[in-house]
Ligand binder design. Structure first.
Ligand code: SAM
Length: 270
C-alpha cells in the first residue's frame, strides 16, 4: 500500500454518513452517464468499485442489472447495503479485487481512481475482472478544478492551512497522470481497453453553505482531512474565509451554485 492509500483509508474511516449527507449528492450527478457509458441495462452483471453509500449500485439495480458493490470502508458498506439491498455488497480494495478474470459484464468506478495511490494498477484490475467485450467506465475530478470545486481549496489557502507531511496530496509523481481528457483517455488505452474515450461533464451543484461546509468540518475527503489537521485557530480562519468566498456562489435563494467539472472515460476490453 502506498502512503497515499494509507492516508485515504483514514480519510474515509467512519465517514460514510457524513459523506452521504454532503459530497455524495455532488457525486450522484454523473451516475446515469456512467452507467450509459458502461452499457448497463437489464441483466447486466455489474461490478461497482468504491461504491461508497451505494448510489451507483442502486441506480444500476433500478435498470435491472445484477450488481456486486465493493468498498474498503465499513461505514460505506453499511450504507450501500441499505441503499442497494439487492446488490451483493462486500469489502474489497483496489488495486486487488477478489474476483476471477472476466467475471463481470461491466465495471464502473465513480470518483474512485482519484483516491488510489496506483491508478494504473487499479485500472488494470478493473479491466482484468470485466469479460472480453465488456465495458469499463470511470469518473474522476478534472484538474484544474472548476470554480465551485476550488472554493474549499481557496478557503484553506486563505486561512493559512499547512499540509502535514503525513497527508500526501496525491499519488507519487511516477504513479500519477494528467487529470484531463487526454490523460485519462491515454490511461484507459494503456490499460488495453479499445474504443477508449474521455469527455468532460460540467454541472452546477446546489447546496446550502451549511451542507457544503459540513463535509470538511467532519473530515470528509482530502479537503476535510486537511481542515482537521489544522489548529483550532487556523480552522476558524478557514471557516471565515469559506463564509466570505461562498458569497461569490450564493444565489438569491441562499443556496450555493457551484460549477463542477468531471472526466468520464470508458472503453471496452478486447
Ligand atoms: C468519493 S467516494 C465515491 C463513492 C461512490 N462511488 C459515489 O459515487 O458516491 C470514494 C469512495 O472510494 C472508496 N475508495 C477509496 N480508496 C479505494 C480503493 N483503493 N479501492 C476501492 N475503493 C476505494 C472510498 O472508501 C469511498 O467510498
Amino acid at each position: 500500500m502506498t502512503e497515499f492509500d494509507e492516508s485515504e483509508r483514514l480519510i474515509w474511516a467512519g465517514r460514510g454518513e457524513a459523506y452521504a449527507a454532503s459530497f455524495a449528492k455532488l457525486c450522484a450527478y454523473p451516475v446515469a452517464h456512467l452507467l450509459d457509458a458502461a452499457g448497463v441495462g437489464a441483466g447486466t452483471c455489474l461490478l461497482d468499485v468504491g461504491t461508497g453509500p451505494g448510489t451507483v449500485a442502486a441506480a444500476a439495480l433500478a435498470r435491472g442489472a445484477r450488481v456486486t458493490a465493493v468498498d474498503p470502508e465499513p461505514s460505506m458498506l453499511t450504507l450501500a447495503a441499505r441503499t442497494a439491498p439487492e446488490a451483493e455488497v462486500r469489502a474489497a480494495t483496489l488495486p486487488e479485487l477478489p474476483f476471477e478474470n472476466g467475471e463481470f459484464g461491466a465495471v464502473v468506478a465513480n470518483f474512485v481512481l482519484n483516491h488510489v495511490g496506483r491508478p494504473r494498477a487499479a485500472l488494470a484490475e478493473l479491466c482484468r475482472v470485466v469479460r472480453p467485450g465488456g465495458r469499463v467506465a470511470v469518473t474522476i475530478w478534472a484538474k484544474p478544478p472548476a470554480p465551485g470545486q476550488a472554493l474549499l481549496g481557496r478557503a484553506l489557502a486563505a486561512g493559512g492551512a499547512v499540509r502535514p507531511p503525513y497527508l500526501p496530496a496525491g499519488p507519487d509523481p511516477d504513479e500519477d497522470f494528467p487529470r484531463d481528457e487526454a490523460g485519462l483517455g491515454t490511461l484507459l488505452a494503456a490499460a488495453g481497453l479499445t474504443d477508449a474515450a474521455c469527455a468532460t461533464l460540467r454541472w452546477d451543484h446546489r447546496a446550502s453553505p451549511e451542507e457544503w461546509w459540513s463535509a470538511p468540518a467532519a473530515g470528509v475527503a482530502g479537503s476535510g482531512r486537511l481542515v482537521r489537521a489544522q489548529t483550532p485557530g487556523v480552522r476558524a480562519g478557514i471557516k471565515r474565509h469559506f463564509d466570505m468566498l461562498s458569497k461569490e456562489f450564493t444565489d438569491p435563494d441562499g443556496l450555493l451554485r457551484l460549477p463542477h467539472a468531471a472526466l468520464l472515460a470508458h472503453g471496452r476490453r478486447r
